[in-house]
Write a protein that binds this ligand. Structure first.
Ligand code: CTP
Length: 408
């Protein structure tokens, strides 16, 4: 159980802080909510008190014998500010301590995460850009906001990232406080995620159990490390679009192959985390296949393109820049021919990518789970064990390896 301080700025997105508070209390953490006075114009004090199970103050003169303006920050394991308005970040960047939240931000020595939410003009204003940089220079993590519908009819960058995503990133900072350096600023990253569906007829398909969580975690973490990320997503569990990421949806392996083939020529990193079906029905019926007696008709299969292999071949042929880093995944169970790692090593050699992330699957492992374990195998022979941790943490370790290759 950790001590989490959730700061809430005075913006229309303040109501979304309620889901984040709930996430952390339900995960068993001790949560203190510190809204600004203007946040209480949007969400009432009673809501924050009921959700956190703790009293809520905005100023430094309440409960004085407990010295909350110093103690809350000192005792926190994580301070998460959502939404962080332009005004709140300006005050925090200047080191002001004129309310309980800013005083807490000055005394906190734990990871501090700001999740900004404001209109695009405010986000892009040089004053805000400078304040964000100052906060980052001071060691805080300022999340990249999402793009999309803002209050009113306008759209653009400045939306609060999805509460589920903010909670995941908060958990990540508890697991690993240095997980989100801005080391991928401007790097173009293309990630595939989720499963493919290969249609049999208008209502049936062959598919797999991939949830897409690992690929989404990679896209999310890369964007928060400053990368320009495109996520090509097949079928997934109900996952929020990662903030600041272009999401393209596909259904079949052929569609995924086409998207990757065009986009791989304009990327610095390609990460194939999708669970691509190796086979598809040879023909797709135009109308629903009927039972036609008791004996089911066999399904004839055709092979799908190997997208990862095609990217490696295209790079060797010069169609993709030689510097493009290509990362593959291997889901292995191990069998009589060898263990999980043996199959991983063989696959790395066969696929010819720079890095292969090997996960042990089956028996409740990996697929659909929030945690994962495995190894990162590099083409130079280095092997890094990935101890059990969240898929978001796993993503940051994979990006560390990618970042290492990009620097070479
Ligand atoms: N992959 C791909 N195209 C395919 C199949 C897989 O690009 N048609 C990619 C996956 O996204 C993953 C890697 O290849 O990054 C490994 O996939 P896997 O299915 O485990 O490898 P296979 O070559 O199919 O090996 P096997 O089925 O023998 O384990």
């Amino acid at each position: 159980m950790s001590n989490i301080v959730i700061g809430v700025g005075g913006g229309i997105a303040a109501y979304k802080a309620c889901s984040i508070i709930r996430h952390f209390t339900e995960s068993g953490h001790h949560v203190r909510v510190i809204p600004t006075e203007s946040a209480l114009e949007f969400v009432g004090r009673a809501t924050f008190e009921a959700l956190s199970g703790n009293p809520v103050q905005t100023g430094v003169f309440a409960d004085v014998p407990q010295v909350p303006h110093v103690r809350l920050g000192q005792e926190a394991d994580l301070v998460l500010v959502a939404p962080a308005t332009a005004d709140l970040m300006a005050r925090a960047a200047a080191g002001r301590a004129d309310d309980l939240l800013t005083a807490t931000l000055l005394t906190a020595r734990c990871p501090v995460v700001f999740a900004p939410a404001m209109h695009t003009e405010m986000w892009e204003h040089p004053a805000t850009v400078a304040n964000v940089q100052t906060l980052r220079d001071h060691g805080a993590t300022v999340l990249t906001p999402a793009s999309g519908r803002l209050t009113g009819a306008d759209t653009g960058a400045g939306r609060l990232p999805d509460p589920q995503e903010i909670a995941l990133l908060g958990e990540l900072m508890l697991e690993r406080p240095d997980a989100l350096p801005r080391d991928l600023e401007g790097v173009r990253v293309l990630v595939s995620a989720g499963g493919t569906r290969e249609p049999l007829d208008p209502v049936r398909f062959l598919g797999n159990r991939s949830s897409g969580k690992q690929g989404y975690a990679l896209a999310r973490a890369a964007a928060q490390r400053g990368a320009r990320v495109t996520l090509v997503a097949g079928t997934t569990a109900d996952l929020a679009d990662p903030a600041g990421v272009d999401v393209i949806r596909i259904t079949t392996a052929d569609q995924l192959a086409a998207e990757i083939a065009t986009r791989a020529t304009e990327t610095d990193v390609l990460i194939m985390a999708a669970a691509v079906a190796d086979f598809k029905p040879l023909s797709v019926a135009d109308s629903k296949i009927k039972k036609n007696g008791d004996r089911p008709a066999p399904i004839e299969l055709d092979t799908n393109p190997d997208i990862l292999r095609a990217a490696v071949t295209a790079r060797a042929a010069g169609d993709i820049t030689a510097e493009t880093v290509i990362v593959g995944f291997a889901a292995e169970t191990g069998d009589e021919h060898g263990g999980v790692l043996d199959h991983g090593r063989e696959k790395l050699a066969r696929k010819g990518c720079d890095l292969l992330v090997v996960n042990a699957v089956g028996d409740g492992k990996a697929f659909g789970m929030d945690d994962n374990t495995g190894w990162i195998l590099a083409d130079g022979g280095q092997e890094t064990a990935l101890p059990l941790g969240s898929k978001t943490l796993m993503a940051t370790r994979i990006l560390d390896s990618v970042s290492g290759i990009l620097k070479r």
